[in-house]
Design a binder for this molecule. Structure first.
Ligand SMILES: Nc1ncnc2c1ncn2[C@@H]1O[C@H](COP(=O)(O)OP(=O)(O)OP(=O)(O)O)[C@@H](O)[C@H]1O
Ligand code: SF4
Ligand SMILES: [Mg+2]
Length: 369
């Protein structure tokens, strides 16, 4: 199938310093990423804080320009798109932000927040038609038509994220990028919003790019996963296969650092031995060599090229074949009790999250303040 989104050797470097007391530097936030996303799939990007996930997401939808490399959406250049091509991109690719508290203008009613993209992308609609469409969109995300007259502060975090999703759906997008769309929410609410996104993706045929720290969310929702380290994709594969049979030592370390179910907020982020080096001074050779238990002299000097494994992963590690043999002797950690418990939570939390026709709308489980 023709990819909906492609990135070819994309870099995004931020110049830093250069002031009176600061040395000039370059933060290599994204450093040679290539990927290809198929229509309708949910593609996840994971990795520790600061590895470049958000920068990559912003570059993919042209919220930031690339330093080099190409991004193509539906076969057309995203890099350098202007005028009608850029407007079409703004309609077709939408973003869901992490923080539902600051991403919605508090002075706009929900009706205006959700209706605004319609004014831009469907100017032919009459006022009445637009209001009907807003009601339909609110119902799709599990809210009621009368919520259109209220303001963001009157809603809970989960409901605000639903408003953000309705706003993202308003332009009729084909691709939605969610950057940590549930990490600011309570665990029980997270499960509902995660399932809502999954249902919408499936029922509307959307392509989703999902960034999340919670690997159980990723496991539950994604078809394919890319693992990032210091601006590069180090492993890529189907979610099932990558979780059951990780090839790259960094992916293994991430899976081994899966947090406990009750461990929320900052503490729930994956912890791996040692500090991630600064992207302004990445180590030579394999950037993971400073923390990798398998590192050899080769790793310290030569950047590993991406290789395809027999099970269809792409992995960038000089020694993946030797490490794969060692791995078979150990128990996979991806099925840890904590992951199982969270997956069970997602499996249970389906009520109130399906796409609901306006007429048969059932009450939302979360409370409106
Ligand atoms: N505008 C900028 N100027 C300079 N450096 C930046 C800028 N934006 C991001 N960076 C740096 O680029 C690197 C990648 O940042 P990014 O926000 O993409 O990481 P991330 O993987 O999304 O992290 P997190 O999981 O914490 O959200 C970080 O070192 C960050 O400090
Ligand atoms: S290339 Fe070497 S340092 Fe890098 S992940 Fe593989 S074994 Fe570890
Ligand atoms: Mg981020």
């Amino acid at each position: 199938m023709k990819p909906i989104l492609e990135a070819q050797n994309v870099t995004k470097h931020f110049p830093t310093g250069g002031g009176l007391f600061q040395k000039k530097g370059l933060v290599k936030a994204v450093d040679g990423v290539s990927l290809s996303i198929t229509p309708g799939e949910t593609f996840a990007i994971v990795g520790e804080s600061g590895c470049g996930k958000s920068t990559l997401a912003r570059v993919l939808m042209r919220l930031l320009d690339t330093t080099s490399g190409d991004v193509m959406f539906d076969g057309k250049q995203v890099t350098g798109a202007q005028g009608t091509a850029l407007s079409a991109l703004r309609r077709d690719v939408q973003f869901i932000f992490q923080d539902p508290f600051s991403s919605l203008n508090p002075r706009m009613s929900v009706g205006r927040l959700v209706g605004e993209p319609l004014e831009v992308h469907a100017p032919e609609l009459t006022k009445g038609e637009r209001r009907a469409k807003v009601s339909e969109l609110l119902a799709q995300v599990g809210l009621r038509p009368e919520h259109a007259d209220r303001y963001p502060h009157e809603f809970s975090g989960g409901q605000r994220q639903r408003i953000g999703i309705a706003r993202a759906l308003a332009s009729g997008p084909r691709l939605i990028i969610g950057d940590e769309p549930v990490s600011a929410l309570d665990v029980s609410v997270q499960a509902q919003v995660v399932n809502l996104l999954g249902d919408l993706g499936r029922d509307l045929g959307l392509t989703l790019i999902l960034i999340a720290h919670d690997l159980a969310v990723i496991r539950h929702m994604s078809d394919r996963v890319a693992v990032m380290y210091l601006g590069k994709i180090v492993e890529q594969g189907t979610a099932d296969d990558l979780f059951e049979n990780p090839r790259h030592p960094y992916t293994r370390a991430l899976l081994d650092a899966i947090p406990d179910l009750d461990d929320q907020g900052g503490a729930s982020r994956a912890r791996i031995e040692g500090e991630m080096p600064s992207p302004s001074a990445p180590p030579p050779g394999c950037a993971f060599h400073t923390r990798c238990p398998h590192a050899t002299e080769l790793c310290r000097t030569k950047v590993p090229a991406p290789e395809e494994t027999p099970d269809g992963h792409m992995t960038a590690c000089h020694h993946w074949q030797d490490i794969a043999v060692a791995r078979r002797k150990t128990t996979p950690r991806s099925r840890s009790p904590a992951t199982e418990a969270r997956l069970e939570l997602y499996a249970k939390a389906t009520e109130g999250t399906q796409i609901i026709p306006v007429a048969s709308k059932t009450p939302d489980r979360e409370e409106t303040k």
